[in-house]
Design a protein around this ligand. Structure first.
Ligand code: NAP
Ligand code: GDD
Length: 343
């Protein structure tokens, strides 16, 4: 029989890749989206899958809507990717972030418990739960120390999944995914902010320098297209569990800038330090990167690096796209878009 999967947050970066992956596996896919005044289906169109997904209204804050969905459709699998996912915004909207990313997951768990106890839930947990890291590299048993309202609310959701599995036998698993990027990444996140700006510099559409915050922060960056397969695998296991998905490598934001700059053929020289640090194009003498303290965070997550050994062992996890390949993939896609006028 055809399996059914619901994907919340289907309009986001991971939602598109996951929906495509599930369609290729033969699933009937319900895409859950929230109504807005502007079109949010562009990524699904770019993936070429919008007409193959059954789109349904969904909001993490609306318990009645969530109950109705489970009552009506009782999906085999539910992938909860919906979230206020931008860490920086979570200090400006801490209550909304907690309601959506924390309470929203409790609504889903309650609805499953009441109306669809056979549904398997994948919860999009995050390396932000490690925050001020207590151990390096981070594993499934590293103590949590979240550093933002986003991290705190995701941690609440994470423990709610563990608790509903233990208390009520709900099949609720979490992937503690480290940063993963792609050409579909939102432009507010640092990688895409860098590649979209460099694409405009490269094509001569701007001469303005790229303004960044803390360039010394380190992240373990992988490719979203690879990570969604692990979400699916996590739900195919015999019992609910938690898995770290990461590459096991970490790089600074500055290294990401350097790699993208190199791909554009720019030779970059760093001058100054701290808030006065700038990146100069050695050929033109122009400043192409500068620091703007506006982008610093009230509390920073300085360094993340995951140890995905358990996923390697139990899910056959392998890193397919390297850091260098990821940078190239993202800048190449943005240069193409810039040339076509679709950036
Ligand atoms: P994303 O691109 O920001 O997508 C977030 C999705 O959630 C969008 O479809 C958005 O809809 C939807 N959404 C936001 N608030 C909602 C609400 N109140 N009700 C219903 N839908 C709502 O995020 P992503 O990078 O694909 O990440 C997917 C999930 O993984 C998120 O939960 C994120 O926190 C988590 N995660 C991401 C990473 C990463 O590095 N990408 C790492 C670990 C965990 P609109 O299109 O309408 O805005
Ligand atoms: N966004 C942004 N913009 N970040 C900047 C900038 C800037 O101009 N300058 C420096 N950074 C630094 C941030 O301070 C942070 O240390 C790092 O770049 C990465 O920021 P983001 O790309 O916004 O991602 P994130 O690590 O905060 O969060 C992402 O990964 C989490 C997993 O660890 C998001 O996808 C979260 O949803 C996800 O849970």
């Amino acid at each position: 029989m055809t399996k059914t999967a619901m994907v919340s947050g289907v309009t986001g970066q991971d939602g598109g890749y996951l929906a495509k992956f599930l369609l290729e596996k033969g699933y009937r896919v319900f895409g859950l989206y929230r109504r807005g005044s502007t079109d949010t289906f562009s990524k699904l169109r770019e993936h070429g899958i919008l007409d193959r997904i059954e789109m349904l209204d969904f909001d993490l804050l609306e318990f009645s809507n969530i109950c109705r969905l489970f009552k009506r459709y009782a999906p085999d699998e539910f992938y909860n990717l919906a979230a206020q996912s931008f860490v920086a915004a979570s200090w400006e909207e801490p209550i909304y972030t907690t309601q959506a990313d924390g309470m929203g997951v409790l609504y889903i768990l309650e609805a499953i418990r009441e109306f669809s106890p056979k549904t398997r839930l994948y919860q999009a947990s995050t390396s932000e739960m490690f925050g001020k890291v207590q151990e390096t590299p981070q594993t499934e048993s590293t103590p949590f120390y979240p550093r933002s309202p986003y991290g705190i609310s995701k941690l609440m959701a994470h423990w709610a999944c563990v608790n509903y599995s233990e208390s009520f036998g709900v099949f609720a698993s979490s992937g503690i995914l480290f940063n993963h990027e792609s050409p579909m990444r939102g432009k507010e996140f640092v990688t895409r902010k860098i590649t979209s700006h460099f694409a405009r510099l490269f094509t001569g559409q701007t001469e303005e320098p790229l303004e960044l915050g803390n360039m010394n922060a380190m992240r373990d960056w992988g490719f979203s297209g690879d990570y969604v397969e692990m979400m699916w695998k996590i739900l195919q296991q015999d019992k609910p569990d938690t898995y770290v998905i990461a590459t096991g490598e970490t790089h600074t934001i500055k290294e990401f800038v350097e790699e993208v700059s190199k791909r554009c053929g720019f030779e970059l020289r760093w001058e100054g330090s701290g808030v006065n640090e700038i990146g100069v194009n050695t050929k033109t003498g122009k400043t192409i990167v500068k620091v703007n303290p506006k982008f610093y965070r009230p509390a920073e997550v300085d360094m993340l690096i995951g140890n995905p050994e358990k996923a390697r062992r139990e899910l056959s996890w392998k890193v397919k796209v390297t850091f260098k390949e990821l940078c190239a993939m993202m800048i190449d896609a943005d240069i193409e878009r810039a040339k076509k006028g679709t950036l």
